[in-house]
Design a protein around this ligand. Structure first.
Ligand code: SF4
Length: 473
């Protein structure tokens, strides 16, 4: 998962706004951050570094940059390792001028494209799949950058939400399936493109619309020019997990408030629904004293649950706000340590009481197991775990770090086994249908592959090699 941000202005310098926009998108990536702009001698300038935005980037220096168009990126690696060489934006000064790309998503035909490009003499500087887009573009030296980019994007498969900086202007592009969100915002004559609309609020900009799946949007002194990619897709695949966990609740994606979607997931969970469930103890959840959440991503669903069940909500698990999300830490050891550092139950609230604990998802089960055991140490009577999404049984190939089936608790364990290993008195998941209806977008517009294994049709290797020939031909 990554965050991208771009800004175009006819009159203001925007590099510091990129810094602010990236800060609002920090939840989408904490490994590295970068900002790129074009300076007066037609060269790309870039500042990149490892860590959080305020560690990786020098805000004072960016405030002095005299650029009216710029892009930025926060990264959590899902293709290519966590190295500075893979930090984005990825930049080049090639035959047709300077270009920089910031990418959210994973290209599913990257390895085939890379092999075909290397056979034609391309030298890759990183292991990031984003570089394949740059190489496809740069290997068309007689075409203007925008045209070369549009041709390149027709040949890549999988998930890409991009902001691209070139002399022709700021370009926003989204894959024809629309896996990852990408929004357009505006303040006066300034335009902004962001992975999530929450980034606009900080800048006093208004949300205008989503960049459409399959759209390439050029923003420059002539205004907005929209182009369509010709790629035909079987149906849209906006990531349902964005609504469950990834996006900030103050974002609007696909015309649907993330907050409201999560709240509705909690309400439906409280009604019982048709999701998978297992009850270990005789203490019924209906006799619980209160609803608590796994902060922060489970909180909105827990509020919906509490409202529907008419139980009080208690902020009974406290989160240390100065430690990052466990889900996006690179190793299992750090993940396990991170839970204890980050989350702590209030003993006074759990002692001799029975609680409903709402979480957004169970991926590995590590966090839930440790928190439930910490709650048990408080002397609780019963803990009923409620999950506001279906079991995650399949890995994601479109830009989320659920690497292999072996790491997914629900891939090889029954709901009963998961409840037992976590130590909950009962465990209930939301059904896929309830999740889809909570989001409010028809199922054929969403990707639910990590829940139901229904992946998009992949191109074969020969098709990807042919893609390179079409571009070069
Ligand atoms: S597989 Fe899951 S996480 Fe990946 S894009 Fe689809 S719904 Fe989102």
């Amino acid at each position: 998962m990554c965050g991208v941000f771009g800004a175009y202005s006819g009159k203001d310098y925007v590099a510091e706004e990129i810094y602010l926009g990236l800060s609002a998108l920090q939840h989408r990536g904490q490994e590295s951050a970068g900002v790129a702009w074009i300076n007066g001698d037609r060269r790309i300038n870039v500042i990149k570094g490892m860590g959080l935005v305020h560690d990786a980037l020098n805000q004072s220096r960016l405030a002095e940059v005299r650029a009216r168009t710029a892009i930025g990126h926060v990264r959590y690696s899902t293709a290519g390792g966590s190295h500075e060489q893979n930090a984005q934006p990825i930049c080049a000064n090639y035959a047709q001028g300077p270009v920089a790309i910031a990418h959210n998503g994973n290209l599913t035909n990257f390895l085939e494209l890379r092999e075909a490009l290397e056979n034609r003499g391309a030298i890759f500087q990183s292991t990031s799949d984003t570089e394949a887009i740059l190489q496809l573009l740069a290997h068309q030296p007689r075409r203007r950058p925008l045209e070369a980019l549009r041709r390149a994007l027709c040949e890549v498969r999988g998930a890409f939400s991009l902001v691209v900086l070139m002399e022709e202007g700021l370009v926003a592009a989204r894959d024809p399936w629309g896996f990852r969100p990408l929004s357009l915002g505006r303040r006066g004559e300034n335009y902004y493109v962001a992975s999530e609309s929450c980034a606009f609020n900080l800048l006093g900009a208004s949300f205008v619309r989503d960049i459409e799946p399959g759209e390439v949007l050029l923003i420059n002194e002539r205004g907005l020019q929209s182009y369509r990619m010709p790629t035909e897709v079987e149906h849209g695949r906006l990531c349902s997990f964005e609504y469950v966990y990834l996006a900030r609740p103050d974002s609007v994606i696909g015309g649907r408030s993330v907050y409201k979607a999560r709240q509705e997931m909690g309400r439906r969970l409280a009604r019982g629904g048709s999701g998978e469930k297992f009850f270990l103890s005789s203490a019924p959840a209906s006799e619980a004293d209160f609803v608590a959440s796994m902060p922060d991503s489970g909180t909105t669903a827990a509020l919906g649950y509490a409202e529907e069940s008419r139980l009080p909500y208690e902020a009974a698990v406290v989160r240390n706000r100065y430690v990052g999300r466990t889900f996006i830490q690179p190793t299992q050891r750090v993940r396990e340590l991170g839970v204890r550092i980050k989350l702590n139950p209030c003993p006074e609230l759990f002692r001799d009481r029975s609680a409903i604990l709402v979480d957004d998802s169970i991926v590995r089960g590590t966090t839930a197991g440790l928190v439930v055991s910490m709650i048990r140490e408080c002397g609780t009577k019963a803990i009923h775990l409620r999950i506001s999404s279906p079991p995650v049984r399949y890995p994601c190939f479109y830009g989320i770090d659920t690497p292999s089936k072996g790491d997914l608790a629900a891939a090889s364990h029954s709901v009963e086994e998961i409840a037992g290993s976590i130590g909950a008195d009962s465990l209930c998941y939301l059904s896929c249908q309830d999740m889809i209806e909570s989001i409010g977008i028809p199922g054929d517009g969403l990707c639910t592959a990590c829940f139901d294994g229904k992946y998009m049709k992949e191109p074969d290797r020969a098709e990807s090699r042919d893609a390179c020939e079409r571009i070069f031909g």
